[in-house]
Design a protein around this ligand. Sequence first.
Ligand SMILES: [Zn+2]
Length: 249
Amino acid sequence: MASYGRPDAVRELLGISGDIAVLTAAAGSPSAQAGLTANQHVTAIAGVDPHTWLSEARSDWQRTKRMHDWIDQRVKEDGSVTLTLAEGKDVTLEPVLACASRFELSGENKGAMAEGSRVILGYHFPGFAYPEEELAAAIAHELAHNVLHHRDWLDANGRSRSNVRLTEREADRLMPWLLANAGYDPAAATRFMKRWGPIHDGGIFRKRTHDGWDERVEFIEAERALIEGLQQEEGVDWRRHFTREITTL
Ligand SMILES: [Zn+2]
């Protein structure tokens, strides 16, 4: 509840008494298969009661992240994790292979960002009003920053304008690859950039850490041609066929 701006209002709306509850259980996921449903009160995770972990009263995402990290760690080391629900019922979750990035909705802002292990979209992110495949393209750009380890590279090499521009260009270029692998039309990356670019790249005042939106479209289109060829033949494995702009270990 502490991650919300108005925990009391959410608690009342959803009828949740405790501080820690199931937000959702995606269809087909281990949580859903184990019978978890939204708003169930969680009293312990692998024997630890997260209510005892310090947290601000509101708008505090850290404790939620700490719980997710704890779940990941248990799953990794123990091969499963057991949640205890308010009724004293234990639910054991068996892990499946999944995307390593987490996707989160944040508060009152319109930004989109990737910080290495998470992709975070502001509640007012303009992409939510776009067709689904173009929202997917925007999310693919952020996910690309994580899978290409851009944060680590920028930490090591500095956030000069030219370094940031290289990572942004890579993230744009990887968009159609990730879209193709997720079952979307890779051309949605171009459509996204054509919709987003003219409004958000700022024209002559554009951020010089990014290429102009028309150049960004050209970079994306070049990848798309490559992907189309691969889709006919062997499948779209960006790890083998994507040419990096930067050198990482
Ligand atoms: Zn970016």
